[in-house]
Design a protein around this ligand. Structure first.
Ligand code: C2E
Ligand code: MG
Ligand code: MG
Ligand code: MG
Length: 279
């Protein structure tokens, strides 16, 4: 399942007035080649249910093999977004991740969607076609969409509605970073709200700010719960954080405490589901 080669159809270099530094131009050229030469791969990080720490899903996270090591998303996603190259890359990610589930290598998967992909006119159709081609039960897929992607797009509620009617799950990613008003949040057809790591980082650090952070988390979680949304706290690194977040009502937790992003081979569904960190 190769990424379609550049035919100009995705407009990789369309944004001619984007001002790029020489470094960005170089990354973009190399990334374009990376897509064709299969240098991209996915790692998967567990998401656990807070009540019993059972792994219920995994988030797919993109990586890029470079001559000097593995590049992380922060180093190349921004330029992939501004150039439009994220669209074919995102299609590859979705296909790769859903196939892993279909093959029985994962129970469920969450896939990140960039603003550019979300706004693309054929995004919903592509998701539908991919699910059909792979033969995946849509209920096993969650799409993670960042707050910012929604604010930029007037037809965001409509796109979310269309995606949800395919039967998949929708998560609002990095919540707390942007300025989504509670009114907007309550009007969106969502299943999950993911509390941003920057929110969680302070929790349990013993400081006054940490105390405020957990109170803030508690009210956001209560609100999300009253709207019928599940809540995932990202970036959980300590047992104390896990305990406080569970007490605050977060339904799910994700972070290095439960597992770092890893290769598929290290992710065995049905086995060792109880996370050793908390057992
Ligand atoms: P995200 O979706 O919020 O993903 C969570 C990020 O937090 C990941 O970084 C993950 O490795 C990291 N993380 C998870 N637990 C912990 C923890 O306990 N401590 C710390 N310090 N970090 C933790 P990563 O893999 O570098 O990805 C960064 C961002 O890149 C993601 O943020 C997502 O926005 C984007 N991204 C990753 N893969 C894709 C993709 O396939 N497509 C798109 N469009 N964006 C992607
Ligand atoms: Mg995410
Ligand atoms: Mg996130
Ligand atoms: Mg985040």
């Amino acid at each position: 399942y190769r990424v379609k080669k550049s035919g100009g159809g995705y407009g990789f270099f369309r944004a001619v007035h984007d001002r790029r530094t020489p470094e960005e131009t170089e990354v973009l050229a190399a990334l374009h080649k990376a897509v064709e030469e299969k240098e991209l791969f996915l790692q998967y990080q567990p998401i656990v249910r807070s009540s019993d720490q059972v792994v219920v899903s995994h988030e797919a996270l993109l990586r890029w093999t470079r001559p000097d090591g593995v590049a992380m998303p922060a180093a190349f996603i921004p330029v992939a977004e501004s150039s439009g190259l994220i669209v074919p890359i995102g299609r590859w990610v979705l296909e790769e991740a859903t196939r892993a589930v279909q093959l029985g290598l994962l129970d469920k998967v969450a896939v990140n969607v960039s603003a550019k992909e979300f706004a693309h006119p054929s995004f919903v159709r592509n998701v539908e076609e991919t699910l059909a081609r792979v033969g995946l039960d849509p209920a096993r897929l969650t799409l993670e969409i960042k707050e910012g992607s929604l604010l930029d797009l007037v037809r965001a509620p409509e796109v979310l509605g269309a995606l949800r009617s395919l039967g998949l799950q929708l998560a609002l990613d990095d919540f707390g970073m942007g300025l989504t008003s509670l009114t907007v949040l309550s009007a969106l057809p969502l299943d999950v709200v993911k509390l941003d790591r920057s929110f969680i980082a302070r929790v349990g650090d013993g400081s006054e700010a940490g105390g405020r952070a957990i109170r803030l988390v508690r009210s956001v979680v209560q609100l999300a719960g009253s709207l019928g949304f599940r809540t995932v706290a990202e970036g959980v690194e300590t047992r104390l954080q896990a305990q406080l977040l569970k007490n605050a009502g977060c339904t799910h937790l994700q972070g290095y405490l439960f597992g770092r992003p890893g290769a598929l081979g290290d992710v065995l569904p049905g086995e060792s589901k109880l996370v050793s960190a908390l057992s």
